[in-house]
Design a binder for this molecule. Sequence first.
Ligand SMILES: Nc1nc2c(c(=O)[nH]1)N[C@H]1C(S)=C(S)[C@@H](COP(=O)(O)OP(=O)(O)OC[C@H]3O[C@@H](n4cnc5c(=O)[nH]c(N)nc54)[C@H](O)[C@@H]3O)O[C@H]1N2
Ligand SMILES: Nc1nc2c(c(=O)[nH]1)N[C@H]1C(S)=C(S)[C@@H](COP(=O)(O)OP(=O)(O)OC[C@H]3O[C@@H](n4cnc5c(=O)[nH]c(N)nc54)[C@H](O)[C@@H]3O)O[C@H]1N2
Ligand SMILES: [Mo]
Length: 765
Amino acid sequence: MTVKPTTHSSHWGAFTAVLDNDQLVVIPFSGDPDPSPLLKNFENALNHKVRIATPMVRRGWLENGPGPDDRRGADEYIAVTWEEAYALASGELARIAEAYGPESVFGGSYGWSSAGRFHHAQSQVHRFLNTTIGGYVRSVNSYSSGAASVILPHIVGDMNEIARRGVSWEEISEHTDLMLSFGGLALKNSQVASGGLSEHTERGFIDKAAKRGTKFISVSPLQSDMPDEAQGEWLAIRPGTDAALILALLHVLKSNGWTDEDYLARYCVGWDKMVAYIVGAEDGQVRDAVWAAEICGISAARIEKLAEELHGKRVMISVAHALQRAEHGEQPVWLGLVLSAALGQPGLPGGGYGYALGALGHYGKHHNQVSYPALPQGKNGVKDFIPVARISDMLLNPGQEFRYNGETRRYPHIKLAWWAGGNPFHHHQDLARLRQAFNQLDTLIVHEVAWTATARHADIVLPATMTLEREDVGGAPTDRHLFAMQPVAKPFGEAKDDYTIFAELAKRLGREEAFTEGRSARQWLEHLYGQMQEKCQQQGIDVPNFSTFWDIGQLQLPQLKDGGRLLRNLRNDPEQHPLPTPSGKIEIFSQTIADFNDADCPGHPVWLEPTQKPDAGNPLYLIANQPATKLHSQLDYGKHSVSQKLDGREICRLHPQDAASRGIKIGDTVKISNSRGTVLASVDISERIMAGVVQLPTGAWYDPQDPQAEKPLCRHGNPNVLTLDVGTSSLAQGCCGQITIVEVARFEGTAPAVQAFEPPVVLYR
Ligand SMILES: Nc1nc2c(c(=O)[nH]1)N[C@H]1C(S)=C(S)[C@@H](COP(=O)(O)OP(=O)(O)OC[C@H]3O[C@@H](n4cnc5c(=O)[nH]c(N)nc54)[C@H](O)[C@@H]3O)O[C@H]1N2
Ligand SMILES: Nc1nc2c(c(=O)[nH]1)N[C@H]1C(S)=C(S)[C@@H](COP(=O)(O)OP(=O)(O)OC[C@H]3O[C@@H](n4cnc5c(=O)[nH]c(N)nc54)[C@H](O)[C@@H]3O)O[C@H]1N2
Ligand SMILES: [Mo]
């Protein structure tokens, strides 16, 4: 039977879907000039064997009761009815809240979940915990931009203003002479934007810019970070050393009188201190091209020539998120801004600073005049929080002090964690340590669509529907289209949407009305849409009512063209439009940060040596970047993702020299190891990666041969077995997952088969 096509949307694109005799066919949105291949991942996902069909309880938890347990990750599961699951989960939450208070419940629940605005899992968890037990310990910031989101407000302004409302691609294609990108502008990354992305326009704009004459230079360990359309130049840099390179560029610019001293004096504070640091007046160390060449691996001559190329041009500087997902990640973010200021570019058409431009499909776009309302989350009565990537630290060290943004705080003592829409065994660093951390809990409750490693560590697993199995509204503030996400298929097994699960739990906790406000899921969709409609009407924008929208399936909203306004307004009228910094100017020196007195993030940008630096035991850098074939770990079992693996394993890339010296050939299986564990991966060999660097993307589901091993071996290729779990600095405590150090060796003999997509042992009663 062929069913009528339905419109739907995802973080990687909008589409219509047809379910024809159980076979899902996905057709990209007709208005998308460059649809994402990630859409194919849906096609085999609905009924995959790794989906979770019924509620499950971990055997050890059911038999022995809540409490710390080392068998998490290695245990069997017992299928239970929804009634039993609701009773167990609500009873346990009530027990913990009563005995220890909501400050013992962690509800951060970091993760991307799916694109719909209402069934946004993280918002649902927050609302549930606020309305039932009065709050929870939350997490702040993201794995994406942990360091940048904390430092940018001190030195220029809110990160969203700088990244999301930065100079647009359109403007770049028309005005920019030279685009210098630290971390590149990989199109694999801009195919994704949270909430939805109906038009992939980056390729077109880059092509247009290059044809008009924009010169693109990509500074990165990987050549593939620059799209072919850019016809750009690749400057291979040692990972984690961009701060040194930029300091040297500043040195060359200053020495040659190429800095825009008027701009620096009028719109910035602290340039004198920066100069003292680069010329050696501060501590006797000159930070010139020769100094930097030694650190970053780009020759002094090339650094000098690059500075010369930047001088006198309309220059756009971009710094990828990746650079700040590393030790002292605050520094390249700060220095990218300082470099653009030294060139006098911020506020000029097609010039200045584009933090994270190209890292996501939100950046460099225009904003909708009216934004779609979010699900209200209620009031959180708990004050405690952690920077999101300090999860293991918190669970392992309750009561311990930590520094964050100038404050000394303490980790709370968490007894129960509730996760929906995230996969910490994908996103967190040092997975053996993460398992130890989760083992301290009394109870871990997870809502999941499939048996991810996180679900396999949970005590209670509640099966969630996939986005394709429910209705929602898809939209993002930087996407002019709003989509009706119409259901394509019936829920798998007994799966329910997160809202229904929470509503049932709230009922058992005597808080149903507070959580639902008497609305069904469909009534919430109508309610939120109605709020948007009202805002539109106030601004004279005509939009149809909900039922018409639902029938048509899509809606186009008017947009503003105000990209780059913060720095443009500053340039045009600094008195009327000061920046939201203490000085109202760009802070090349920040007295606020200096007064925090943290040695790992002083008052002006610096070069600080990272601990993750190759040595005799671990001679190679590992770059663990975003996967081209999926979004994070989502639908890793999907058609496209699986088709890009070899022997079922994720593919790592090595330079021919590094491969030859280790006797490694294309297609081999290798062991990538360091003191934290070992990962197996298949091998590709390419000149497009810098020698001394191996690249393995994130996203392969964690598949430990022995889940309880102190140093696990992942058969599938999850790099977070190897990454180091430390904060970027005392300032931001962001995640450092991008770069670590490893050794690589050929796997001799027969490598163990990948089991990642085999469900765990389930006992049915
Ligand atoms: N080493 C290293 N680690 C990294 C990074 C890196 O560069 N290097 N990058 C980091 C970054 S930037 C990020 S953003 C994180 C991403 O980390 P996550 O956001 O945790 O990764 P996802 O795979 O998107 O996890 C979303 C999960 O939600 C589930 N899901 C989808 N829809 C629903 C739903 O409706 N309900 C429920 N209950 N579940 C649903 C999916 O099955 C999936 O398991 O990873 C970080 N980790
Ligand atoms: N297909 C796909 N797209 C995605 C995602 C995904 O999972 N899949 N995730 C999305 C999310 S949540 C986010 S936050 C963004 C993340 O955006 P980014 O963090 O910018 O993305 P990455 O791919 O991790 O890194 C970009 C490139 O930076 C380079 N790089 C790494 N370290 C260094 C360094 O020290 N110096 C320099 N100069 N370059 C370096 C690497 O070669 C890498 O390919 O991507 C988004 N886009
Ligand atoms: Mo991210």
